[in-house]
Design a protein around this ligand. Structure first.
Ligand code: FUB
Length: 322
């Protein structure tokens, strides 16, 4: 049998194996979504399920720059089988925005779900951050303010139009919420108790000299971890602190350059006792690339001293979470 299989073309071998043993390609294999292009993943754990949010990359080719009109939502109770929930929000659902559904994050707060989203402002030049709200993690979400939470004219020391992007929101054990975001400079501000307003000044993490974008803030065993994209093409690196406001001690790379995609945007969650690194790359071929990205999931491992091991990006993905 083995000898015979080796002589057959690989496609024929695969079909024979599938027929003989009922094998199928694992639904967890990376990328986890293959019928559309998905980018900038964020994830939320709620009531025994993981909710995954991603922008839909719709560029007609890989020279076109980002064409992103809406976000998609998926959920899973095992990190392997993903249920699609369609699009819970589009960039132009913010009436003051003209498009560009860039990176987002959804957080739960007092029984509601808050969708912090990067969009292009229609009247204030540049990217901005809006917040939409829903009673359900799958939406639909509606604009919670009727105006942007952060606009490009609030951070004038960076002279590019795309520096107010990539919101991540972290709510600490005492209920205080923090918003981190940025491109080129990493910004943060406290949020008010309703999550709808900045509560105080905008700060800059001055110690990050090679910050590109895509911050994600999480806490483990009393340590705050600020993970973010550095350089370009991007890698993911991290810093730690004993406070959500820093100062931050910088550490090494946790995810390498994808090689098939310039950006490296991630989310980190713990689910059913395991830690996951959710990211994107350009792995779907022949059409994948920097503007036609795909979400992938691999395990994240900590060392006993709390440092993060480098992520091993795999094609196989993760096993079902139990
Ligand atoms: O998807 C558009 C932008 O590319 C995101 O906002 C960045 O994080 C990068 O992934």
């Amino acid at each position: 049998m083995t000898t015979l299989l080796h002589r057959l073309p690989r496609a024929v071998t695969s079909i024979l194996l599938l027929a003989a043993f009922g094998l199928s390609s694992s639904p967890a294999a990376n990328p986890i979504i293959t019928d559309v292009h998905t980018a900038d993943p964020a994830a939320l754990v709620h009531n025994g399920r993981v909710y995954l949010y991603a922008g839909q990359d719709e560029a007609p080719d890989n020279k076109s720059d980002y064409r992103m009109n809406r976000w998609l939502c998926y959920s899973s109770d095992d990190m392997v089988t993903w249920t699609p929930h369609g699009s819970p929000l589009a960039a132009t659902d913010f009436k003051w925005a003209k498009g560009s559904a860039w990176a987002s994050q959804v957080v739960e707060h007092k029984g509601k779900f808050y969708f912090f989203a990067t969009v292009e402002h229609a009247t204030i030049q540049g990217m901005s951050i809006g917040v939409a709200v829903s009673d359900s993690p799958t939406g639909p979400f509606v604009d919670a303010r009727g105006s942007a939470l952060v606009t490009n004219d609030m951070t004038t020391d960076v002279k590019i139009w795309w520096d107010d992007i990539d919101p991540t929101v972290f709510i600490d054990d005492d209920g205080q919420a923090y918003l981190y975001w940025g491109n080129t400079k990493c910004r943060w501000a406290k949020l008010t108790a309703d999550l709808l307003h900045l509560d105080g000044p905008i700060h800059t993490v001055e110690e990050f000299k090679r910050f590109t974008e895509a911050p994600w803030l999480h806490k483990r065993n009393g340590v705050y971890y600020l993970t973010y994209s550095t350089d370009f093409p991007e890698k993911t690196t991290y810093a730690t602190s004993d406070s959500p406001t820093g100062p931050w001690k910088q550490h090494g790379i946790i995810n390498e350059i994808a090689g098939n995609c310039n950006t490296n945007h991630h989310a980190i969650i713990t689910f059913k006792g395991r830690d996951y690194f959710i990211y994107h790359n350009g792995a779907i071929q022949p059409h994948g690339g920097s503007y036609r990205r795909s979400v992938c999931i691999d395990y994240l491992y900590y060392n006993p001293d709390g440092s993060i091991k480098r992520v091993v990006m795999t094609s196989e993905g993760v096993a079902p979470a139990r």
